[in-house]
Design a protein around this ligand. Sequence first.
Ligand SMILES: Cc1ncc(COP(=O)(O)O)c(C=O)c1O
Length: 418
Amino acid sequence: MSENTTSNKTVSNTISKRIMRLSPSTTLEINARARKLAANGARIISLAAGEPDFGPPQEVLDFIKQKMDDPANHKYTFAKGMLELRKTIAKKTTDETGVEFDDKQVIITNGAKQAIFEAFETIINYGDEVLLPAPYWTTYPELIQLAEGIPVVINGSIDNNFKITVDQLEAEVTDKTKALVLVTPNNPTGSIYTSEELAEICQFVIRHNLILISDEIYNRLDYTSMEAVAASPLKSCPEVKDNILIINGLSKSFAMTGWRIGWIIGPQNITNRIADLQSHVTGNVNNFAQYGAIKALEIDDSYFMNMKETLYSRRDIMFDKLSSINYHDKPAFLNIQKPAGAFYYFANIENLLEVPLGEGQHTSYTDSELVRRILDETGVALVPGSAFGYPGYIRFSFALDTSDLIEALDLLKKYIEQ
Ligand SMILES: Cc1ncc(COP(=O)(O)O)c(C=O)c1O
């Protein structure tokens, strides 16, 4: 190779433009900073992680231990997932939505994150637009852009619990629109779309021949109903079945984050192509985690109902604590509403961003600066709204031990009110 060719290379053209455009995940970044502080001896309590503190049921663990003794399970299995698990998921989805599915329509992925990545890679062409309601889960715009699509962000209004409406969608849809992302129950707002709202949104999707990316990872965490599963687009509107890719997994509703079990279920013409992609991306998802998933999906709903009850009581504790915090005689957090689902509060912090310096002078912070100060000075980790495309807010997770939750909120109160 001549000297000239090598000397023209710089770091900026070594790394692809696609990857140069990526921003790292803010939530993982905050957790990394928190871990570093903890490694230096600080007491850190994380209200930042979307990771419930429950363990998997004992029967799941026992089942896997048994499977470990069988040498066949130490070998490659189907790239798109074990047949038995795909059948279990197809049946469960049929039971929950009333729409028939079979195993060919299911792909098992390394967590829902990989499912979302593969869905966009499979359906998006360069320049396709994806309607993305905000606040959005931080990974969505990145993965849309990685697939060379364009996220078209639509702000949900606080007056509508951050939910978007069909009128808003109609105003943004163009000939280039390929898909709509919908996350219900929602991260970071905890909002849940009603069956009626979902039916209307599905009709919009069908009318414009779009693909609905329906992220249902929190679907068992609906505090407004005794039903095991929250309202879903497909159940509300079975006609959307050819236009919907459902994303789900065990991380949130089953509290099995580290198992990395996610899945996509949808029309076979799309799942066949996702399977092709996955066959080049990963051999297969870990066999033992897949066995664990088969068992977890068999377990009676009452196990998860108990988990939901615990989260429900933490939701109330957090509401009372957050509502009691004042800053210069004003509420520190505005528009706090008890979330209908998931395990997050998304609170407006505009009162905290203006800091009086005396003699009528003020200085102001961004939400990210405030979150960093709170972490450094109290040891409480939070996520700024800007990570979700919605600056001026903070997300609080209540998926942690109740006494840690209380300690963190008391520390926060002391820090803000002092
Ligand atoms: C809305 C949403 N979708 C998907 C995921 C990813 O889940 P997993 O851990 O299974 O990759 C998360 C995790 O925070 C999430 O909040």
